[in-house]
Design a protein around this ligand. Sequence first.
Ligand code: FUL
Length: 652
Amino acid sequence: MLGSAKAQTHVGAIPSKAQLAWQQMEYYMFIHFGVNTFTDKEWGHGDEDPKVFNPTQLDARQWARTAKAAGMKGIIITAKHHDGFCLWPSAYSKHTVRESNWKNGKGDVLAELSAACKAYGLKFGVYLSPWDRNHPDYGTEKYNQTFVNTLTEVHTKYGDVFEQWFDGANGEGPNGKKQVYDWNLFNGTVYKYHPNAIIFSDAGPGCRWIGNERGIAGTTMWSGLNRDEFRPGMGGIEKILNEGQENGTHWVPGEADVSIRPGWFYSPATDDKVKSLAELLDIYYGSVGRNANLLLNVPVDRRGLIPKNDSLRLMELRKQLDATFKNNLALGNTAANDGKTTTFWTAPTAQHAVLELAFKKPVTFNRFQVQEAIAYGQRVRKFKVEAFENGAYKEIANETTIGYKRILRLPAVTASKLRLTIIDAKAPALITEVALFKAPELLADAEINRNKQGEVILTSASEDAELRYTLDGSEPTYKSPRYTAPVAFAAGGVVKAKAFVDKGKRAGATITAKYDVSPAKWRVTYADTARQRAEMAIDVNLHTSRSTPGSGRTFPHEIQVDLGETLQLKGFTYIPAGNGVIEEYAFYTSADGKNWELQQQGTFANIRNNPVRQDVLLPKTAGARYIRFVALRGANEQQPWAAIAELGVITK
Ligand code: FUL
């Protein structure tokens, strides 16, 4: 049944034409590339010599080719990150490709990428950070106009721009430079040249951040937002952004940004930390499957190319998604399953409306997909799915919102009929499509862990997998040693493992873990918290953390550890724990646990939004029997405590 005119009146906020087209892109590439690629930093200081930027084989067509083959619809590049370095020869900055040695200062990354996108039929987008640690105008009245000038260049010289990405991050700290951004002026400048561009920021106006950098949207996910109550960089609004607002005044759909590696910029240290296929699938279903677009970052390396590990993983993901979604088992001839998103089923009532699909032959599926006709607003608050199996209906899912697209991963079920019940909606639901798919089973990869005693432990979620491994960095094959019991590995090194089934005929991906000296001999000698809790910082268990009590205590907080032997330290590692992330730190070493030498003091870049393991290298190698880690300031001003999931050392 096609909807009645009354049911098709708009309900609440609705998308613009440009937002509708944008939503259909679903999946596109983010590229972080700039001076940080060469200095191994996540946040550059803006004081780096522009000459460090010197890719040897830059090929934007390789990036575009990779994105296209991955099934992505566009590329957004960091034209200017927080360090201020411009990937185009801006007339308004002295920190640009023109000042670098690349192509003798005659290069222009934006020109090359926009041309490559055009050639491969991809849309082109730009990231520009308002926070600028290089520009002399930053923190003065002049800066807003300077920023508008650079924006104007980017929007007038390189053809169409589908999305403008405004980063709300600012790491100036309490004593840093203050700049009040003129967002109306910035947005107006973008719209002046590209009225259909989607402007991203924490709070839109075109699309919004989903509140984390893990790529996972809320299971309840509204595209509405009370836009005017929020502004970029506000903080404390992550949950609202993650779920949206049911009665939001404006249509500001979510976009999930996440990196394929732990960091946003390329680092040789993360070459073996490219996310696994299983992790990328979790991200896909957690974003595209939850009414958000997926902006997946693939960092370009120092050659100016997307590295092999990353592109191979993108192709594995494509293959798995294609195999999953190629065959819609629910395809039929009603408006809700005719394979067209232009026709839709109109629920007769807003509450307890039932759509039933009957199949000629029973179908076996493990993915349920449903879409709303969002042009008329997002309506569904609650729905359930039932499958007709063995003569009776059985509930297989009970969820909240749908939006543009909702995909549920379910245990396989064989059904001759399917029932979708809209339990509650803001107005009669308009369902464009219900689809069912059978995702091929994925061989679960090996997982590598090491316990406090320094023994390597291999596991896999696939019960019949045989796990084979190497300890010398070589590629594991079916002939490598088979894992049967924990393997002593206290001194550290490289472990590579692979899961095999069918006597070696099928194999998962090669999983790599690099370990340093294990904390087997370590002991906490002092901490401003109970000793037992403090030991959790060196227990190799990421789920336990050492945190200091909030009551009455404020920063600094500290912990001292006896390493049990003298080690030559090249650096240290800190894995933050959810609550009590440390942003500013000092790190000391000692031979006797009494006389301390300050080795390094600083801030962890972007740790608030991306709380992954931090590796800090010391200016020079230091012999140490004792280490002392002092938390000087937290990432969250409201939390006067500090937490450590794990503290480690770098000796290799
Ligand atoms: C954040 C930035 O601070 C990170 O460096 C990265 O660019 C990420 C996409 O956004 O706010």
